[in-house]
Design a protein around this ligand. Sequence first.
Ligand code: NAD
Ligand code: UFG
Length: 335
Amino acid sequence: MNILVTGGAGYIGSHTAIALLEAKHSVIIADNLCNSSSGTIRKIESITGKKVTFYEMDVTVEEAVESLFKTHSIDAVIHFAGLKSVGESVEKPLNYYSNNMISTLNLAKMCLKYGVNRFVFSSSATVYGDNIVPFEESMNLLPATNPYGETKVMCERILTDLAHANPAFSVSLLRYFNPIGAHESGLIGEVPNGVPNNLMPYITQVAKGKLAKLRVFGNDYPTADGTGLRDYIHVVDLAEGHVAALENLIEGVHTHNLGTGNGTSVLELVNAFEEANRIHVPYEVVGRRPGDIAVCYADVSKAARELGWKAKRNINDMCRDAWRFEVHNGTGKTT
Ligand code: NAD
Ligand code: UFG
């Protein structure tokens, strides 16, 4: 298939582009590089030995998106492009609503106009809110506590309505849990903007000596060691989940959790990182971070049953690959 990958220069999009190319699909990337760099495109090509068609463009600009659909015969869209920082979304809600909603609306509109019937959307476990674990796709979604989460719920809704109104349209809503790690080549991975918000990039920067120590946000949660529990998934497993979702996509709306089904606490991740890489990660326990939930992990049986996909890589692989990337590339924008 000829696949339009928006946000394909970013963290998850770049790993997915590699997985798609390895599965013999063609990839067209549209990215405005607001959180990534064009060097990633060359790295994708050098890892796979295949050519990528790249457009530096903002997918909130309808004319730009339309010109893509006119120029290329597109079979499917995977829409990663979006802003993703929860904290920033609280401070700048309009940026989040306009970027994340308008990009999705533009792409959906052009899919209808040009007869492109396959759409895969990057959603998030955040849509489950503080439901009972494990989170199942059939659960009622809880109101998001921040504009970022709200955009994910709203985009899911728009794409669902569109598929109901257009029976030939196929939509895959993929709810990611906590992607970490990097490509095993050490060439691509995630470089957060400024001081990281997320746990793994914070750990790697502490290990490298860029930051003094990790702050563990709370050890009084109802978990075995009191720290927050998450379902960490290797970004390459997540990428392969997209290929499975796309290749098994049929008419209608299909929602799948992409996680491992296992919960790992903050302190367990720190210990696993230290063991995998034989490096010390100093930390201190501080108060809870506002908005955090105690426990978040997926029921992954639906993805296994319907997509024939399961995460293969373990926490040790995630820690090793995250560190390899930090050691080789820990500067600049994504990759
Ligand atoms: P990322 O920031 O690394 O990648 C997003 C890419 O989209 C970047 O390259 C950025 O330059 C591009 N982009 C943003 N707005 C754009 C626009 N208007 N036009 C063109 N390009 C634009 O983020 P990521 O971690 O790879 O996340 C990809 C998607 O997955 C996002 O939609 C995110 O919300 C979602 N997601 C991520 C996580 C996570 O933990 N990383 C979890 C759940 C869902
Ligand atoms: N944590 C710390 N110290 C830090 C950073 C995080 O103790 O410096 C803890 C958090 O309190 C939490 C766990 O580590 O218990 C994971 O936190 P992350 O920030 O890495 O991830 P979240 O689960 O909070 O959020 C991530 C994405 C969201 C997405 C959500 C669900 O950032 O966008 O996963 O997919 F919605």
